[in-house]
Ligand binder design. Structure first.
Ligand SMILES: [Zn+2]
Length: 307
């Protein structure tokens, strides 16, 4: 008798699991809404503003973690495989997610790659520290497109088109509104930068993350503690010695430490060169989760530190 009940219970559980698995096999959620997965939080914030309540938007990399190295759990992989659309950065930003994204693409998941819709910044000659890192060779493509609101504007416009064509979601009104706000943000930052003396517009960062910002607002990229466009590159003693010289020669006022920057190394370089060390959140959203606050904050910290 007892055994019969156990068997019955096991059957019920199995049936339930089977039903749940079937319900989850489509990307659309219970409200019948399409599901969009964005790989990292800063881009996720803009996509959420664009889409509003017209689809469910989830972000893979948790805010505050390094998108260059973050690797997904089985649950994260499942969410990507079942999405109606995956929005990724491209240009190698999502280092730890690359295999998962490729597999999902091979399975036929619809993708939007943000970097396909902008003018890609490349490592320029005489920029940063010449090193043996493959991602710091001249011409290497920089993935940090989100530091430029004008690039984000192009991405919003292209994504709105794909949402309409691929998923039948019309966000034209939100897209126009968002593009106007991004343009206003760009003007606001441009105006603020004019108050910063030309000779002070020198950037030294944790890794080469501010290429788009520098190009947009007329800053010189002097160098980075990790001389590469990923936090994953190696640093040598020769690189650090070269960086110290560049900081001194360019009278650099501040070193901007980021996610993945060794605080000890940043402080040591600061002590030896007289440059102050300032935290710059280049890859994470502020508390309010807004891209606009993120970008304003970035500009404010830089301008204040270099006055
Ligand atoms: Zn980075």
């Amino acid at each position: 008798m007892k055994r019969k009940y156990i068997l019955l219970a096991a059957l019920v559980v199995l049936t339930l699991v089977g039903t749940l698995a079937c319900q989850k096999s489509t990307g659309s959620n219970n409200n019948g809404q399409k599901s969009i997965v964005v790989t990292y939080p800063v881009l996720g914030s803009v996509v959420k503003e664009l889409v509003g309540d017209k689809a469910t938007v989830n972000v893979s990399v948790p805010n505050g973690l390094d998108p260059h190295e973050w690797a997904p759990s089985a649950k994260d992989i499942e969410a990507i495989n079942k999405a109606d659309l995956v929005v990724q950065n491209g240009l190698g930003l999502e280092g730890g997610l690359e295999k998962t994204l490729k597999a999902a693409r091979d399975r036929g998941v619809l993708f939007f790659t943000a970097s396909d819709h902008i003018t890609v910044c490349r490592v320029g000659s005489g920029e940063g520290i010449p090193s043996g890192n493959p991602d710091q060779v001249i011409g290497a493509e920089d993935p940090h497109l989100w530091t430029d609101p004008v690039a984000m504007k192009s991405i919003v416009s292209a994504l709105a088109s794909q949402l309409k064509l691929g998923l039948g979601i019309d966000v034209d009104t939100q897209s126009q509104d968002l593009q106007v706000r991004l343009e206003n943000l760009n003007k606001e930052i441009s105006d603020q930068v004019t108050h910063l003396p030309l000779d002070n517009r020198n950037l030294v960062t944790g890794h080469e993350s501010m290429g788009y910002f520098a190009q947009r607002y007329g800053f010189k990229l002097v160098g980075a503690i990790i001389p590469g466009i990923s936090t994953q590159a190696e640093v040598s003693a020769a690189d650090l010695a070269a960086l110290k010289k560049l900081i001194e020669n360019n009278h650099v006022k501040a070193i901007f430490a980021e996610l993945g920057t060794s605080t000890a190394v940043a402080k040591a370089i600061g002590n030896e060169t007289g440059a102050k060390v300032v935290e710059l959140p280049t890859h994470s959203l502020p508390k309010d989760g807004s891209y606009f606050s993120f970008e304003r904050n970035l500009a404010k910290i830089i301008i204040d530190a270099l006055q």
